[in-house]
Design a protein around this ligand. Structure first.
Ligand SMILES: C[S@@+](CC[C@H](N)C(=O)[O-])C[C@H]1O[C@@H](n2cnc3c(N)ncnc32)[C@H](O)[C@@H]1O
Length: 272
């Protein structure tokens, strides 16, 4: 596929995942989220940013109540949208069942020891009709394979020296150590949440913008990029796709098939 056809996103959800640039896929995802999110009687949205870092990625209504959880106090302190900042490990965090309308975990699960535990917990914490939005590196890409096979010190060096981020590795700044467990593969995620009554309503793939900038810098674009993608695909027997280095999914709890519980307060608490 060429750069041009990469850009032609199929922007509405059908049977197939959306494929496009990061902006195109995120815009399609945002439309899906905005169209689906409802709260009973127009109550303010309750949102959890799991691994909030410095920013939130999705547009939510101004009156939404947003809880952030992150181990990195410095990064979360720079996040202006949070109403609550809970400093701690997500593995130790829990909230009442069905207590959030929207749970977003964007570029976090690749850093944790037990992503399957966190995904199952998100599935329990989301309200009927609510959404869980997950973004992770796509395990079936050369970028993920390369990241998995190289040490963290190299990732810091690469981001600082090659990609040109002078703060890389300093407090509040990535890269964060990666685990890239098999549980974050697309099929593993959807199989796990199905057991908790959630189903995907949107899936998308895109190429990491840092990878795009890097390969453009070294002249891998146009026909060279098509050739590189073809070679990667052939040599990996169809397993890896260089253009699908990132995966996003929106998971929804079926409002009809889940008993409606009372709406507990918006806050969660670290579990000790
Ligand atoms: C790559 S950043 C992404 C931040 C933000 N979600 C975003 O999209 O920009 C990863 C974040 O996950 C946090 N993190 C990593 N492991 C964590 C854990 N076990 N518990 C809580 N936060 C964690 C890091 O501190 C960091 O802020």
């Amino acid at each position: 596929m060429s750069d041009e056809s990469d850009k032609r996103a199929r922007v509405e959800w059908g049977a197939d995942p959306v494929l496009g640039t990061p902006d195109e896929v995120t815009a399609a995802l945002q439309r899906m989220v905005t169209g689906l999110l409802r709260t009973p009687d127009g109550a303010p949205l309750r949102a959890l940013e799991a691994g909030a870092g410095k920013r939130i990625r999705l547009d939510v209504p101004d009156d939404a109540y947003i809880v952030g959880v992150d181990t990195d106090d410095t990064a979360m302190g720079l996040n202006p949208r949070l109403h609550e900042r809970i400093v701690g490990d997500l593995h130790d965090y829990t909230a009442p069942a069905r207590s959030f309308d929207l749970i977003t975990c964007w570029y976090v699960l690749e850093h944790v020891e037990r992503p399957e535990v966190l995904i199952a917990r998100f599935a329990e914490m989301v309200a009927p009709g609510g959404l869980v939005v997950l973004a992770v590196p796509h395990l079936h890409s050369p970028k993920s394979v390369f990241t998995k096979c190289t040490p963290h010190a190299f990732h810091v060096w690469f981001r600082r020296r090659v990609l040109g981020f002078p703060n890389a590795g300093k407090p509040g700044y990535g890269p964060y150590p990666t685990t890239l467990r098999p549980a974050i593969a697309p099929a593993a995620i959807t199989a796990l949440v199905a057991r908790h009554g959630l189903a995907p309503v949107f899936e998308g793939y895109f190429e990491d913008d840092k990878q795009t900038r890097f390969r453009h810098r070294v002249g891998v674009r146009g026909w060279r990029w098509s050739l590189a993608r073809g070679l990667v695909r052939a040599l990996s027997l169809g397993l890896l796709d260089a253009a699908r280095s990132e995966y996003v999914v929106v998971l929804r709890r079926d409002p009809a098939r889940t008993p409606v519980s009372t709406r507990p307060g918006p806050v969660g608490s670290p579990r000790r």
